[in-house]
Design a protein around this ligand. Structure first.
Ligand SMILES: Cc1cc2nc3c(=O)[nH]c(=O)nc-3n(C[C@H](O)[C@H](O)[C@H](O)COP(=O)(O)OP(=O)(O)OC[C@H]3O[C@@H](n4cnc5c(N)ncnc54)[C@H](O)[C@@H]3O)c2cc1C
Ligand SMILES: *[C@@H]1O[C@H](CO)[C@@H](O)[C@H](O)[C@H]1NC(C)=O
Ligand SMILES: *[C@@H]1O[C@H](CO)[C@@H](O)[C@H](O)[C@H]1NC(C)=O
Length: 570
């Protein structure tokens, strides 16, 4: 959300005997080269390896790989070294004929699509995270359910891997396939937001962005849903992998509001999935939709928008002045987070920290300003360092959405979305029973102090998920294929800069190692491309849940058509 301006990282040094990048970074202090790396042979101006013009074109660092084109040597370094031009064409990438037969099949069935030769392709192929710009073999733009059904059959027959795309905000660009050469079914034309005023159930097209969803249900009937703050995020990825925000401890996750979905399965069948129809598929898509099918329409139970929300924000200064101050301050917040005489389900909040020494808390309270001030505010200020100016302010529901979006409007364009970032992010979920130890907080502090020496800019948002009364944690894995129901805190660790991947991994490792007795997990919506499939499955689902998902996967998608590097069965 918060855009970080980028520190200029060291100029290219021309080092010849460089180490081949293992983490997609190049140049910078580590001076890794992209030449021969699995990520592509070119080193971008921002210090990432890749194979497209974003990496090989303007600003490309010739000291750390090829420039001009992925295989076209334009520097002495490249021409004197044999570029392994076949690295990208792994065995998982289908032969060109596969995309040819898929497009022939799509044309025969009159399904709209774009390939790289089309003018519209470049913009459609661009993911939110420009660090991972994969090249789909074909981008399908269906306007009907039948188009989606036909596309799935065409892709499957041609041997292409398929991923649906909703808002395109996957941290790992899985909605671009998670590798080159996939079929992307872009649900951008599915923009319906239709509220049934009697039941309060809204019908939501698979490509609707959260801002347009919130705007639509409020405008049509003063209704609301629990979901993330960023209006550009899509319902398709967000609601099927959790969906957290300031309302979640009261209302639950975005996922929890899904009452039914229209799903196209691998054999091209369209089914309705709910607790009474295709209930195992209904269970599975709430946690692993990308592995089971394409959801063309969601049905979600809205609730009455509250008249007013109390927003609060507390900035502290000097918390990063010493390790003891940092650790004791967080431990005090954790004490509050677990104390049922202070906290109930009406409050949600998160702590924001960054490499500039920011340490602030913000959240929402479904109660009055006076109740917040008399019962809760004093607790946040007691036994803490002196704070800056505290904000406690009532907002109408709609104005609250605009406030936390950090923009002038929550409405997003229906085509031509153009917001992007270049980053690496990951997450850490902290089990309720353990919480964070002082050793883990000490380790976080000590490691975070090394950011500037590694030219990394990062922030962490540490959200309260659990604690007394949390609606999120009242459910379990029988409700949905979602394991993250017992966390106290969820960290989102988000970084930018040449050494980001190793830095962010190091930050989390430091915390995990300092608290060895705890089984930490990870949050599916902050999907982390640095994990191999087995690790991802363990962290996101755990063994029992994964086994049930794998059995379902084998039944409904035996040929493994719906695939990304971490999908079920990958
Ligand atoms: C700027 C920003 C802010 C964010 N803020 C929050 C926040 O406040 N709270 C929070 O919880 N998360 C937040 N996130 C994380 C966000 O929830 C996830 O990135 C989410 O998965 C993105 O959804 P999408 O539809 O945009 O993603 P996409 O990239 O389109 O899809 C993600 C995955 O879901 C699959 N998928 C998408 N649609 C469908 C469908 N219809 N059927 C089957 N599979 C589908 C895709 O194949 C892909 O594997 C934020 C992310 C960003 C980039
Ligand atoms: C919870 O907070 C209340 C109010 O500050 C305090 O009196 C009580 O001792 C706290 N309980 C625990 C277990 O810390
Ligand atoms: C398609 O797959 C589903 C799920 O496995 C199955 O129930 C259905 O019978 C299949 N349809 C056809 C036409 O094969």
């Amino acid at each position: 959300m918060k855009s970080l301006s980028f520190l200029a990282v060291g100029l290219f040094s021309g080092a010849l005997a460089a180490t081949v990048s293992q983490d997609a970074t190049c140049g910078g202090t580590n001076k890794y080269t992209c030449l021969g790396s699995q990520f592509g042979n070119c080193c971008s101006s921002a210090g990432w390896c890749g194979s497209t013009t974003a990496y090989c074109g303007t600003g490309c660092q010739s000291g750390f790989g090829n420039c001009g084109s992925n295989n076209g040597p334009s520097s002495t370094v490249a021409s004197s070294t044999k570029a392994p031009s076949s690295t990208k064409a792994s065995s998982a990438t289908p032969a060109p004929s596969a995309s040819g037969s898929a497009t022939q099949c799509l044309s025969d069935k009159k399904v709209p699509y774009k390939v790289s030769a089309d003018a519209a392709y470049a913009q459609l192929a661009e993911p939110y995270n420009l660090r991972l710009p994969y090249k789909p073999a074909v981008i399908v733009l269906p306007t009907t359910n039948q188009h989606v059904q036909d596309a799935v059959v065409c892709g499957g027959k041609a041997g292409l891997k398929i991923q649906a795309k909703s808002g395109g905000h996957s941290y790992a660009s899985f909605s671009s396939g998670g590798k080159d050469g996939s079929m992307v079914i872009d649900l951008e034309p599915f923009q319906t937001v239709a509220l049934d005023k009697t039941s309060g159930v809204v019908q939501v097209g698979g490509g609707v962005r959260l801002g347009n969803l919130a705007d639509g249900i409020y405008t049509q009937g003063k209704r609301a849903l629990s979901h993330g703050t960023c209006p550009g995020v899509g319902v398709g990825g967000h609601a099927t992998h959790g969906g957290y925000s300031h309302t979640s401890r009261s209302w639950g996750l975005a996922m929890d509001a899904i009452t039914a979905a229209d799903v196209v399965l691998a054999n091209g069948t369209l089914v309705k999935a709910s607790s009474s129809q295709n209930s195992e598929i209904y269970w599975g898509i709430r946690g692993a939709a990308e592995s089971l099918g394409v959801i063309t329409t969601f049905y979600m139970q809205t609730r009455a928008a509250p008249e007013s929300v109390t927003y609060f924000a507390i900035p502290w200064t000097g918390i990063f002045n010493s390790k003891a101050t940092f650790t004791n301050s967080f431990l005090r917040l954790q004490e509050i987070a677990r104390n049922s005489s202070i906290i109930d389900d009406r409050i949600s909040f998160g702590v924001y920290v960054d490499n500039y020494g920011t340490f602030s808390l913000s959240g929402a309270f479904f109660g009055s300003v006076s109740e917040f001030n008399s019962k809760i505010k004093g607790e946040f200020l007691r036994n803490m360092p002196t704070s800056g100016e505290v904000t406690v302010k009532p907002y109408s529901w709609y104005d609250y959405l605009i406030l936390v979006a950090g923009k002038d409007s929550i409405k997003e364009p229906l085509t031509g979305y153009s917001e992007h970032d270049t980053f690496f992010a990951k997450s850490l979920t902290v089990p309720e029973k353990d919480g964070l130890s002082s050793a883990a907080l000490d380790a976080f502090y000590t490691y975070s102090q090394t950011a500037s020496s590694k030219s990394v800019e990062f922030y962490s948002i540490i959200n309260l998920y659990g604690g007394p009364g949390s609606t999120i944690n009242k459910k379990d894995t029988n409700f949905a294929a979602y394991a993250d129901r017992d966390s106290l805190w969820v960290f989102q660790n988000y970084g930018q800069g040449a050494n980001t991947v190793s830095f962010m991994n190091g930050l989390q490792d430091a915390v995990i190692k300092a608290q060895p007795q705890t089984q930490f997990g990870a949050y599916l919506n902050y999907v982390d491309p640095s994990y191999d499939a087995a690790t991802a499955h363990k962290l996101y689902y755990g063994d029992a849940l994964y086994a049930r998902l794998l059995a379902l996967k084998k039944a409904v998608d035996p040929k493994n058509v719906f695939w990304n590097p971490q999908s079920i069965g990958a």
